[in-house]
Design a protein around this ligand. Sequence first.
Ligand SMILES: [Zn+2]
Length: 76
Amino acid sequence: MKCLKCGKDAYKSTTTEAIELGFGVLVIRNIPCYKCSECDEILYTGDVVQKIEQITEKVKELMQELTVVDYQKTAA
Ligand SMILES: [Zn+2]
């Protein structure tokens, strides 16, 4: 996987994403991603992007001001 910003190699990693939903913040931990060795740009594969969207949709309904979920433990 190459970085979209600088074209350097990105290596497999995990990250935490905070998504602002207006009425609250959703934090998803342990998201599999690629991280650029040069500029630290985070890249997601298509299926990960899709799952993040699914998790967001699901959590929205039972959301509090701050919700933290673990990507690996969330079956979406
Ligand atoms: Zn880069």
